[in-house]
Design a protein around this ligand. Sequence first.
Ligand SMILES: [Mg+2]
Length: 109
Amino acid sequence: MIHEIDRALSDWTPELRSVRIKLGLPELLAQLGEEGAELSQAALKMRRVLDKHNPTPVTLNEAEANLAEEFADVLVCMMAVGISPDEVAKIIRRKIPRWVDRLDVWEEV
Ligand SMILES: [Mg+2]
C-alpha cells in the first residue's frame, strides 16, 4: 500500500513542483491548513457514524471514502509544500513505538 502511495507521488513529482512554483509556498500552506481541517472533519464524521449516538445519513462506506480522500489531499499538499519523505519516515519510526509504550504504561495503571 505504502509503495503505491510512494509510486503515485513519484509519478507526479514534476507536476507537484510546477504547482508549487505557480502557487507559492504561502498559498500551499493555506491549502494544507484547509485540507487538514477537512481531514479532521472526516475523522469526526466517521467516529459519529461508528458511535451511532448522534445519527447521520452518512454511511460507513461514504465516511471511509471521505477520510481516504482527505488524507490523500493532505498528503499531496505536504508533498507540494516540499516536506521531506525521509524526515517523515524518521518521525514515524520514533512516534509509533512511543505511542505503543504509552499504551502499555496506561494498561499497567
Ligand atoms: Mg479535501
